[in-house]
Design a protein. Structure first.
Length: 203
């Protein structure tokens, strides 16, 4: 089933997400839930964008790429598709599992891990960088998280300046830093980010 356009006053018109690259027109996309049939195309898109974005940090992955895309803690996942229903990008919402990231987000926001949800596995076809596809996917995931009454969090590689800038434009803020076991020693710590104001500490 095709997804509904993400933005626009005319419900019959394709989505035209905001583009952040000057002089570049946004790419019309629809957002729909990911299906198993999307995985082969998403594996190709992930591989194509990795040399430019550095995401995932470990590449090639030491396990099947499909396991990177579909995770045990996944709550929901979506793809951005063109008029031919061809996946152009991906995002997922995941539960916060116990570990270094959960500790960092909880300490940085003052919110229990059970009231947080991770926006992750966000990537876009590299030929469409700056055309608003990532923004459309990010907005879809955030809306889902907030609809569950939870606060959105994410982690991002410090050197991914384009991704960090995208998140900051949308109101995300750094609440901590972490160095997971798989991060190479010569890389800067991951940034732990959250959307929204922290819960005030008890007095």
């Amino acid at each position: 089933m095709r997804g509904m356009p993400v933005t626009g006053d005319d419900a019959t018109a394709p989505c035209r997400p905001r583009a952040y690259t000057a002089g570049v027109h946004p790419t019309p996309v629809s957002i729909r839930p990911r299906t198993a049939a999307d995985l082969p195309r998403l594996v190709d898109v992930l591989a194509a964008q990795q040399p430019t974005t550095g995401y995932p940090v470990r590449w090639p992955l030491p396990f099947p790429v499909e396991e990177f895309l579909v995770r045990p803690t996944e709550v929901a996942a979506w793809v951005a598709v063109d008029d031919g229903d061809r996946p152009l990008g991906h995002v997922a919402v995941l539960d916060v599992a116990p570990g270094w990231d959960a500790d960092g987000w909880t300490a940085g926001t003052g919110i229990p891990a059970g009231s947080l949800a991770v926006v992750g596995v966000l990537f876009v076809d590299p030929t469409l960088t700056g055309r608003g596809v990532g923004t459309a996917l990010l907005s879809t995931a955030v809306e889902h998280v907030r609809g569950q009454g939870r606060a959105p969090v994410l982690d991002v590689v410090s050197e991914s300046t384009r991704a960090v800038a995208l998140y900051e434009r949308h109101g995300w803020r750094v609440v901590g830093r972490a160095r997971p076991p798989w991060l190479p020693a010569d890389r800067d710590p991951l940034l732990l980010m959250a959307l929204g104001e922290p819960v005030p500490s008890p007095r």
